[in-house]
Design a protein around this ligand. Structure first.
Ligand code: HEM
Length: 152
């Protein structure tokens, strides 16, 4: 009896295929969780009061952040800026002062109702730090708007 006609070989081949299939199926990484796709944002002006609406409070909200008068879409950095993230205070806010002073403390945020932070008191190294961060954000995130003063 040749190897091909021996039914024992067919049974063995079946068992081996089944074991290999089960092993590969079990060790394959789980598919990544689908990420919410947001439509492209049209560049526009945001007042501080409008910007705060984009603080990523739910999975369905985008996260925007202001730096040196520019507004960036940092939604894909949700791990950093989303609720509970280390830099969550910056979400929906002008983060300039915090980035200049390398602090994510709440005291770095100016009141929403007030004028935009002029940052006039920053020293040279703080200005440099802010510019470095601005370059980081320009390189990584999409520029989607400009920060303007609140109306009334
Ligand atoms: C306790 C000290 C700190 C540690 C261990 C830390 C750690 C980190 C790590 C691991 C990253 C990710 C880098 C990457 O993957 O590109 C990061 C990014 C960042 N950190 Fe920190 N950090 C610290 C302090 C700070 C402070 C004080 C600030 C305040 C301004 C800050 C602001 C940021 C920002 C804005 C990002 C960039 C996130 C992005 O690319 O969207 N970090 N930090």
């Amino acid at each position: 009896m040749s190897a091909l006609t021996n039914p024992l070989n067919w049974i063995l081949a079946g068992v081996l295929s089944y074991i290999s299939y089960s092993y590969l199926k079990g060790s394959a990484p789980p598919p990544p969780a689908p990420r919410r796709k947001f439509p492209t944002l049209v560049f526009k002006e945001y007042t501080p009061k409008e910007l705060v609406e984009f603080d990523g409070r739910t999975e369905d909200t985008r996260i925007l952040m202001g730096i040196q008068g520019k507004v960036f879409d940092v939604t894909r950095g949700r791990n950093f800026y989303g609720p509970g993230g280390p830099y969550g205070n910056f979400a929906g806010r002008d983060a300039s002062r915090g980035l200049a002073k390398n602090s994510f403390d709440k005291s770095m945020l100016v009141p929403l109702e007030g004028p935009i932070d002029k940052l006039e008191d920053l020293d040279d190294s703080e200005r440099e730090s802010l510019s470095d961060w601005a370059m980081h954000f320009e390189a990584k995130y999409q520029l989607v708007g400009k920060l303007i003063e609140n109306t009334a």
